[in-house]
Ligand binder design. Structure first.
Ligand code: GDP
Length: 302
């Protein structure tokens, strides 16, 4: 997991620095741990929750040995992540267990890595012999359509587009229609994410859903929010805004390579109770990983 290396070093280093020269888990250590977690973007509420749990265990089980702190912390974070990430992550790039076609709608504000994540997903499905159709329904942002088309070419999958400034729901409709004609396994629809016009966005996403449902009543099967993990609390704020605008059923958290902000995954997972499905660890096609809570915790606190 070279992609998560930086995150790992950073939180691990901070904790090591706290416990060096100390012999027992006392209030001072817990205060410092609290600071580390907050500065690692775990979020205040989630941090307090974790610290309380550790305190309770220290009291109950008489953990005073400082060497135990890493392990307890790791166990508590893993438990917290497990509450909201119970899905089988064996291989979330497989489609055998999914309805066909599986319609995935992707939302997120500009710049978070939405298009890149869609391209990476298309690549992963395509690599496994699945037929993928992409719908370029982010028709508002300059270059979004072209960028998706570029990814389509690079990966070798069909992209449905009507150009810029066209009706997103009409693109989505055509993508689903074409996907069904082609016998697609997965149809991924890129949508606009303009949070400053929340009502418009709500209406637009609602319309896309309704139009798709005319064709395929149970679609979209998944609405994935893409968040930029390197923006820390900004990602949390975006998640709050988007969950007000539309129902989000999964998360992809990008740019967890080269950042000390991996802790944001813990806070977001705890606050929103939405499973984290994928993490982005780079700009290349293969830099998308299925989120594995145990691996993730290991990478943070090993
Ligand atoms: P969009 O506006 O949300 O569609 O964002 P893009 O997909 O265009 O991505 C914005 C920038 O972030 C691009 O330069 C991407 O290469 C970069 N990016 C996307 N995902 C990742 C990631 O996981 N790690 C890194 N380091 N960069 C990423």
């Amino acid at each position: 997991d070279k992609g998560l290396e930086k995150t790992k070093t950073s939180i691990f280093d901070k904790i090591s620095r706290v416990i060096v020269g100390k012999s027992k888990v006392d209030e001072e250590v817990l205060d410092e741990l609290e600071e580390i977690l907050i500065s690692s973007d775990v979020g205040v509420d989630t941090t307090v929750k974790i610290i309380r749990r550790i305190e309770a265990r220290v009291e109950r089980d008489k953990y005073t040995n400082i060497q135990e702190l890493d392990r307890i912390l790791k166990e508590e974070v893993a438990a917290l992540l497990a509450e909201n990430n119970s899905q089988d992550v064996k291989d979330s790039f497989e489609t055998e267990h999914l309805p066909k076609p599986y319609v995935l709608m992707v939302v997120g504000v500009n710049g978070v890595g939405k298009t890149t994540t869609i391209g990476k997903l298309a690549h992963q499905f395509n690599k496994r012999g699945k037929k993928v159709v992409l719908g370029a329904a982010d028709t508002f942002r300059a270059a979004a359509v072209d960028q998706l088309k570029l990814w389509g070419e690079r990966v070798g999958v069909t992209v449905i587009d009507h150009g810029m400034n066209t009706d997103p729901s009409s693109v989505a409709f055509d993508a689903v229609k074409k996907g069904m004609e082609l016998g697609a396994d997965v149809i991924i629809i890129d949508t606009a994410g303009r949070l400053h016009t929340k009502i418009n966005l709500m209406n637009e996403l609602g319309k896309i859903k309704r139009v798709i449902q005319k064709f395929l009543p149970e679609a979209p099967h998944e609405v994935m929010l893409v968040l930029d993990g390197s923006t820390g609390q900004n990602a949390v704020i975006q998640a709050r805004e988007f969950t007000k605008v539309t129902e989000i059923t999964s998360l992809a958290i990008t740019k967890l390579d080269g950042t000390a902000k991996g802790g944001v995954v813990i806070g977001i997972s705890d606050e929103f109770k939405i499973p984290v499905k994928y993490i982005g660890v780079g700009e290349r096609m293969d830099d998308l990983q299925v989120f594995n809570k145990m691996e993730f915790v290991d990478s943070l606190f090993k």
